[in-house]
Design a protein around this ligand. Structure first.
Ligand code: M6R
Length: 609
């Protein structure tokens, strides 16, 4: 999330920075800005709310001369999209400009300390802290000031900074957020991704974690946070510009599927306090209130609804709370008696889905406390709920939700565990066990992503089928629903997701050798029951494609095809089992020649009822 660009060379930075930001627009588009050092040694800045069209119109008439500067296009994480919160951020004196991608976890503490030393803050962002920290540490050497500042910073960052006293110099650094140098002839670029400068140079150098970069038009130097020199040469990339805009991927959907481990880690990053307890900013539910809760009501649509359906099992199991889960568009037609003793959880990637917003308003009218789970800072939903739990999936451009689903489930794991703790339903031992496992899930997700070839082979085999049945039990049931939704959305194949035990009450009549059944069957507490259902399917001649746990040999003996996920706790399997289903839908759709990023008839955000 967020696109950053720095330039130093012989051309007008305004044009070069804007061109670079255009190439990174997919990374964020709620506000944007540039700061440029003028020939007189002033630092001039332009920032606007909105996408890059808005910045382009303002820049067209702005008197902004100079050949060194930084630019940013924002996907808000801290503070609503506004001019004050847009990057670049300046220090008190307006000497230093900073652009940043990532999350500074200890910014509240750092800001308080800096304010104590007289620094005046003008935004709500975590990024502004860095500008003030550099100011505090500056004694004539910008790169050294950045290095010193970063020693105090916790979290993820890609930072690019300039100082008006050093025209022609860019200082940059990274940790857990991408940053790449583009090395041209008499000009240099620093950006979040190669597309920003690929039209001008294909000689690139990828910065590593905790490295600091010093860049001038004719050269660069890399050093560690401790000041040791690092020798590394640029390499030539062969990408063509169009492909590189998707980071080298053919489609945004595949890129977003692959980004899931990172997105899940980012979603967890700001949700633990210093003692390791789940901390959900602004939740404000006391132990007493949690114990008095009567019920949880979840409202959502589409994929977000499936995240809610999965969470129903968590709230019941971990927090001993009854749960009503409602498709948002039906919420208002039910005479659901919602009171102040109920907690309503609305889940929406965009925060702008009309049906979900209507549910939020209805719940508010009835006096319930409403929590939003949302990916979009400043969206309508976040302004109408009592508290928002942000997922940090970053911009999702493919219409089919993928990384926003796994991050929504992550947020729900944390909420359910926190409520369970507050209500005294979860022991310390269980809490630590589950949270340790959850923190390790991004690594396991990477493992699942490695078997793309297996999924591709299964897609090749089944892509001609016109009907699919997806089956699961317990938390595998919402995953079966989500797998079926993904397949129908992007491949236009008829698919149904069903609780496996319900199959014999109707859908079994559909089965024959032309209807593949996708079974979500990890080694969990309902495994034996799933095996019985698979046997029922086989008896009708339908082929079975299983998503099962690595090392489970029994399943290979009864299913035609098996896609594997690593072992984990029963309740956490959904973060793994959904990935092969996303990839299956993707590869089947590609084999059928479908446009996976923009499937027919669908919109990314549905703002009508
Ligand atoms: O922005 P939201 O999460 O509120 O969107 C809800 C649904 O419209 C969305 O999940 C939709 O079902 C996706 N296309 C699913 O891939």
């Amino acid at each position: 999330m967020c696109g950053i660009v720095g330039y130093t060379g012989g051309e007008q930075a305004k044009l070069v920075l804007f061109e670079g930001l255009r190439r990174l627009e997919y990374r964020g588009y709620d506000s944007a800005g540039v700061s440029i050092i003028s020939p007189k040694g002033e630092l001039n800045r332009v920032r606007v709310v909105g996408n890059l069209d808005a910045l382009g119109s303002t820049l067209a008439t702005a008197e902004l001369h100079g050949t060194t500067g930084v630019g940013h296009t924002r996907w808000a994480t801290h503070g609503a999209p506004s001019e004050e919160n847009a990057h670049p951020h300046h220090d008190c004196k307006g000497d230093i400009a900073v652009v940043h991608n990532g999350i500074i976890e200890n910014f509240v503490q750092l800001r308080a300390e800096l304010q104590g030393s007289g620094h005046v803050f003008r935004s709500e962002t975590d990024t502004e802290t860095i500008a003030h920290l550099i100011e505090e540490n500056y004694n004539g050497d910008l790169v050294e000031a950045l290095r010193r500042s970063l020693k105090a910073v916790h979290g993820a960052f890609a930072i690019v900074a300039v100082h008006r006293e050093h025209p022609g110099l860019i200082a940059a650094a990274r940790r857990d957020s991408p940053l790449v140098l583009g090395s041209g002839e008499g000009e240099m670029f620093v950006a979040s991704a190669v597309p920003a400068f690929l039209a001008r140079t294909n000689r690139v150098l990828f910065l590593q974690d905790d490295e600091v970069l010093s860049v001038t038009p004719d050269g660069y130097a890399i050093s560690t946070l401790e000041g040791e020199t690092v020798a590394r040469e640029p390499v030539e990339v062969e990408w063509d510009l169009d492909a590189a805009e998707k980071g080298g991927y053919e489609d945004f959907m595949l890129k977003e599927i692959d980004e899931q481990p990172r997105a899940v880690a980012d979603t967890m990053r700001d949700k633990f306090d210093d003692s390791g307890g789940v901390y959900l900013e602004g939740l404000g539910v006391t132990a007493e209130e949690a114990r008095r809760l009567r019920r949880i009501v979840v409202v959502a649509c589409g994929t977000a609804f499936h995240a809610g359906l999965m969470a129903k099992y968590l709230f019941e199991r971990w927090a001993a709370l009854p749960v009503e889960i409602e498709i948002a568009s039906e919420f208002r037609y039910r005479n659901l008696v919602v009171t102040s003793e109920d907690l309503v959880v609305a889940i929406s990637q965009s925060g702008e889905t009309m049906d979900t917003l209507a549910g939020v308003r209805e719940a508010g009218r009835r006096g319930a406390r409403v929590i939003g789970v949302c990916n979009t800072v400043g969206s309508m939903m976040t302004r109408e709920v009592n508290c928002t739990i942000y997922t940090h999936a970053g911009p999702e451009i493919g219409v089919a939700a993928t990384k926003t689903f796994t991050t929504q489930m992550t947020a729900m794991y944390l909420l359910a565990m926190l409520l369970g703790r507050l209500r005294g339903e979860v022991s310390d031992e269980k809490y630590s066990r589950v949270m340790d496992e959850l923190k390790g899930m991004p690594d396991r997700m990477y493992e699942v992503l490695e078997d793309d070839a297996g999924v591709r082979a299964a897609a090749e085999k089944y892509h001609g089928c016109e009907d699919f049945l997806f089956l699961g039990r317990s938390v595998g049931y919402p995953i079966a629903m989500e797998g079926a939704l993904k397949l129908k959305e992007i491949s236009y194949i008829h698919a149904e997701g069903y609780p496996a035990g319900e199959m014999k009450h109707g859908p079994i009549a559909l089965l024959d050798e032309n209807v593949p059944v996708v079974a979500v069957v990890p080694r969990d507490s309902v495994y034996e029951k799933m095996i019985s259902n698979i046997e029922e399917v086989r008896a009708r001649g339908a082929p079975v494609l299983a998503v099962a746990t690595a090392g489970d040999d029994e399943i290979s003996q009864i299913c035609e095809d098996v896609l594997r996920v690593p072992a984990t706790m029963d309740m956490l399997y959904p973060l793994l089992t959904v990935i092969p289903l996303q990839l299956l839908a993707y590869h089947i759709a590609k084999s059928r020649g479908c446009n996976v990023d923009q499937p027919r008839n669908l919109a990314k955000t549905v703002t009508v009822e």
